[in-house]
Design a protein around this ligand. Sequence first.
Ligand SMILES: Cc1cc2nc3c(=O)[nH]c(=O)nc-3n(C[C@H](O)[C@H](O)[C@H](O)COP(=O)(O)OP(=O)(O)OC[C@H]3O[C@@H](n4cnc5c(N)ncnc54)[C@H](O)[C@@H]3O)c2cc1C
Length: 375
Amino acid sequence: MNVKIDMHRNREGASHGVCGCRSDRRRAVRPGHRTRTTRTGAGAGGPGGVGTGGRVWPRYYDSLTLFSPAGHSSLPGLPFGGDPERYPHRDEVVAYLLRYADRLDADIRTGVRVAEVATADGGFTLTLEDGGRLSARGVVAASGTFGRPYRPALPGLEKFAGAVLHAADYRAPQPSAGPGVPPAGGRGRVVVVGAGNSAVQIAAELAAHARVTLAARHPVRFTRQRVLGRDLHWWLKVTGIDVLPVGRFLRTPPAQPVIDDGRYRAAVTAGAPDVRPVFREMEGTKVTWTDGSTEEVDTIVLATGYRPDLGYLRPVGALDAEGRPRHREGVSATHPGLAYVGLEWQRSLSSNSLRGVGRDATRIAARLAARLRAR
Ligand SMILES: Cc1cc2nc3c(=O)[nH]c(=O)nc-3n(C[C@H](O)[C@H](O)[C@H](O)COP(=O)(O)OP(=O)(O)OC[C@H]3O[C@@H](n4cnc5c(N)ncnc54)[C@H](O)[C@@H]3O)c2cc1C
């Protein structure tokens, strides 16, 4: 039997892909069986990089550190190393993922995205955006939760004449680092839309350089990063909350609180940023707040989250009418040779995190390999 499993990954965002790959190799390779694992992905900095999804970790904002400590952020088989209590910076995460990918005996192709998946001869044909093709008996869609910046319909946003950017495009608070955040001269009026971790972190960072308001649909909820001397993730692990398999019962994932070491709550309490309900209207550069007051705003930052980027599976009928994958705990409900890794609440709270992906990948690899062997 020739089991060929293709994983849609690039090297830098490779955590779930590489975990799945590793698990596949442990589970599916047996004497007399040939297993080949190919991972593709859009490395924007790689040769001929296309699309927006590539090199995802290097593209996150400059000040980003993991909110989970190193000791709770490793992929299977390769500890982060160093102090397990520290919160690794973005660049350290990139280096770690590259190190992890380098250890794998897998065909990793960067700088290319999968455009479309079709069924063929009991398996799949994958058409790449550069026109290339791959065939596979099994496909693991590991293209992440954060592939498609979500831009909600906000009142008057289409009439706003100032700068609008998504958190995915935000880098740093210097004027040169992004379009108009804050506007040239270092002063300006910025509204950050959202109430999650990215929204609060970006708003607090910008508030040192501009007057910033956090426009939120609900009050900002904080949770302490350390409780009784332990990081929150230690508690999630010892209580079992991290692995509770409740994902399939959640149609709408609950909003995550802002993980805070104290500085974000202090910033909000000090009014930098201040928090208001989302504006009532925008026109030109004028924003009308819900209390009827108006003011000029230079920049809107949409820290409004992401959606999975699974459009390449639409032609094969693997998605529902709203573009969500039909699956149960990562096993496709539509195609026996198709599986998912890294979806939000795929199985549990930790499913789309570095600390949880290994568990899901091992399960998915075993199930997919068994399904393929049975055919
Ligand atoms: C701001 C932020 C902070 C985070 N902090 C933490 C943290 O502290 N701790 C933690 O454990 N987790 C954290 N996470 C989550 C963590 O980043 C992800 O779990 C991790 O990056 C793995 O995600 P992933 O591999 O599923 O997807 P991603 O990292 O999003 O990678 C998806 C990959 O798929 C590729 N791709 C997409 N579409 C296609 C296609 N059509 N064809 C080919 N390739 C494609 C992309 O190029 C990309 O390389 C954070 C995420 C964000 C956004």
